[in-house]
Design a protein around this ligand. Structure first.
Ligand code: BJW
Length: 229
């Protein structure tokens, strides 16, 4: 039985209309990372950070999963229906919900989710229903202590134990649409090269020397359906 681990980054959602982080039209060309994407930035100006993520949430209803998300979901469904003897786990760095909307179930959100909030008082992670502001009370404990449930720089990504187990057990590791700059995700490929084949699907060659055995260049909506076919 084949165990595939797929690591996805912002590039897989780019053709759905969501901006990537870096690059020419990147999300962070208009914002300073340290203002938005650090606990210190949130402490300094929570309203600004809440407004930034409220803006990202507002984009979600207008975008749809694309052919790459659907191809991965079909592979999982084929395994579930016994048409393919394997298992696929998606570890996503993305905070959107496009894998789930495409029909994938085995999805691990290591950098959190736009559609959840985190209460810093009681640690509940309620579903987001309406825009969140610094004075919005937590639906569980009533304290105005909600923040976006997003992993910022300097914070520990989620589900690291589960991820480590999947990486240790996989025999194929595939990364899609990620620049390989942000750790610990950027280090996953090195951690599997002794027991798994490795492939990177990206629009451009990585800046850093790459540990991937195979690099397939092109838009994910073309390369991923070709690969899973
Ligand atoms: C396409 C495409 C198409 C485009 N088809 N491809 C010095 C050295 C090493 C590490 C550190 C260091 N200093 C600090 C650190 C740690 C730090 C880090 O890595 N910093 C680096 C910047 C150096 N990391 C952390 O702080 C993390 N925590 C941590 O390390 O805790 C300690 C720990 C220790 C031991 C074990 C475990 C943990 C936390 C990182 C949190 C990241 N959070 C963010 C923001 C969340 C959302 C938000 O605010 O909106 O997550 S940062 C941002 O980058 C986001 C992404 O998930 C992440 C990765 O970006 P991604 O997905 O790769 O996007 P891009 O834009 O960079 O690339 C897109 C790619 O797609 C490009 O290559 C395009 O070519 C391609 N593409 N269209 C195919 N159609």
């Amino acid at each position: 039985m084949q165990h595939i681990v797929v690591l996805t980054g912002a590039g897989i959602s780019q053709e759905s209309g969501l901006q990537t982080f870096r690059g020419a039209d990147g999300l962070w060309n208009h914002e300073r990372i340290e203002d938005i994407c650090t606990p210190e930035g949130f402490r300094r100006d929570p309203l600004r950070v809440d407004c930034f993520y409220n803006g990202l949430r507002a984009q979600l209803p207008g975008v749809q999963p694309n052919a790459a998300h659907h191809a991965l979901a079909r592979l999982e469904q084929a395994a579930r229906q016994g048409q393919w003897l394997g298992e696929i786990t998606i570890i996503t760095q993305n905070i959107d919900d496009l894998h789930e909307r495409a029909g994938s179930h085995n999805v691990i959100h290591m950098h959190g989710e736009l559609l959840r909030l985190l209460c810093t008082h009681c640690r509940a992670t309620p579903h987001w229903h309406t825009d969140c502001y610094p004075d919005t009370p937590c639906p569980h404990c009533g304290q105005p202590a909600l923040r976006p449930d997003i992993v910022w720089f300097g914070e520990m990504p989620y589900h690291m134990d589960t991820i480590a187990r999947h990486l240790a057990a996989c025999d194929l590791f595939v990364a899609i649409g990620t620049s390989g700059i942000v750790y610990p995700a950027a280090g996953f490929v090195e951690s599997v090269t002794d027991h798994a084949d490795t492939m990177l699907f990206n629009l451009e060659v990585p800046q850093e020397p790459s540990a991937f055995e195979q690099i397939i260049l092109g838009p994910a909506t073309r390369t991923i359906p070709n690969w899973t076919r």
